[in-house]
Design a protein around this ligand. Structure first.
Ligand SMILES: [Zn+2]
Length: 370
């Protein structure tokens, strides 16, 4: 089992030193492999838009003999501490030597797509058009897919192989995320004469006390984590900054919270006479793919054929599916057997990795029967 081609390829790729912004060598490897299978391979200009980046998103297309098109996606970069990886077997699993991550997030996804496509091509079976997207800079805020031009994608259905958990797990949703910034300008004065100043801290606290924090509703969580008032205690604070992450499964609820934040800040500015600046940056929207969608049903059918149990679940953190779904593509995440990702304890179930390659082939072959 340990010398199965997909396992060997995973280990080969894990040993290629890679980081966000530094995906060049790995990208060249996957481009070569895809070209050898007959794909038309291109790399986009995303690197130009990301400071320090060396590599663009890799898009590979294999024309099909059947109608339709299907997208498979995984990311090339890995979180930090991913240099000098020495994968080793521990029972039925692959792990690192304990000093680095394993980078199964997301090389297990990359390996599954490459292996799945090789099987498909070798099978000689008719298939739809296949689009493979290997994104860059996913781990630093989905930057690669943010700059990817989704208009070149023809597929209306896609699978992002980038989710922790055992094979069979299908992620139909993930939260959207926005960053919120609050900046308050008051008027400094000697602490003994508060009436001569305007406390920026007081105004900032007022804003925060009038909007929710923590779990706002079933779909939405807010985390105000930063409040800075760098003023000595003998002075009325003149400048205060606060920051938050706002996350929701529901794009309308996220928008409503952001709107309330701006409105409350404007009201407090009026009440206190402080100048208040607010800003929000939507990093990515939430996505939700219905259980009855072709995308979910196809994954369930392909898993069923392999006698694997499908489990449709909601994910938490955002991944490339959040941004790609903006183009109207129906997407789900597929787990490939890893856990403990982003840590030195990262573990990959070897059997799940092997099955993930077969799953990719099965999905491509079953697509025509939708
Ligand atoms: Zn990932």
């Amino acid at each position: 089992m340990n010398n199965t081609p997909i396992v060997e390829e995973f280990i080969r790729m894990a040993k290629i030193d890679t980081a966000s912004r530094q995906e060049r060598e790995l990208a060249d490897y996957v481009k070569g492999e895809l070209a050898a299978m007959g794909f038309t391979v291109t790399e986009d200009g995303a690197a130009k838009h990301i400071e320090g980046a060396t590599t663009g998103n890799v898009l590979a297309v294999l024309e099909g003999q059947l109608d339709g098109s299907i997208l498979f996606c995984a990311h090339l970069d890995r979180v930090q501490n991913g240099l000098g990886i020495q994968p080793r077997f521990e029972g039925d699993n692959l792990v690192s030597d304990g000093t680095t991550i394993l980078a199964a997030d997301d090389l297990s996804g990359v390996a599954a797509v490459l292996d799945g496509m090789r099987r498909l091509v070798r099978s000689g079976e008719k298939h739809p058009r296949i689009e493979v997207l290997f994104s860059v800079c996913e781990e630093i805020g989905l930057r690669g897919s943010y700059h990817f031009d989704t208009s070149v994608i023809q597929s209306r259905i896609g699978y992002v192989l980038d989710s922790p958990g055992r094979i069979g797990r299908i992620l139909r949703s993930a939260m959207g995320k926005a960053q919120l910034f609050l900046e308050v300008y008051g008027e400094e004065a000697h602490a003994a004469y508060p009436e001569r100043g305007k406390s920026a801290l007081n105004a900032a606290v007022k804003v925060l006390s009038h909007i929710e924090d923590g779990r706002v509703d079933e779909a939405t969580v807010i985390n105000w984590s930063y409040l800075n008032s760098p003023t000595p205690c003998n002075t009325i604070p003149g400048h205060v900054e606060a920051k938050a992450f706002a996350m929701s499964r529901d794009n309308d609820k996220l928008a409503a919270y952001i709107k309330k934040f701006h409105t409350v800040a404007a009201q407090v500015a009026q009440e206190t006479g402080c100048r208040i600046e607010t800003k929000d940056i939507l990093d990515y929207p939430a996505f939700l793919t219905r259980d009855s969608s072709d995308c979910v049903r196809l994954a369930q059918r392909a898993l069923g054929q392999m006698k694997l149990r499908a489990s449709v679940e909601d994910g938490a953190g955002g991944f490339d599916a959040n941004l790609l779904s903006r183009a109207g593509i129906e997407l789900v995440g597929l787990s490939t057997g890893y856990s403990g990702n982003h840590t030195v304890k990262e573990t990959l179930v070897v059997e799940d990795l092997i099955q993930s390659g077969c799953l990719v082939t099965n999905i491509a072959l079953e697509y025509a029967k939708l």
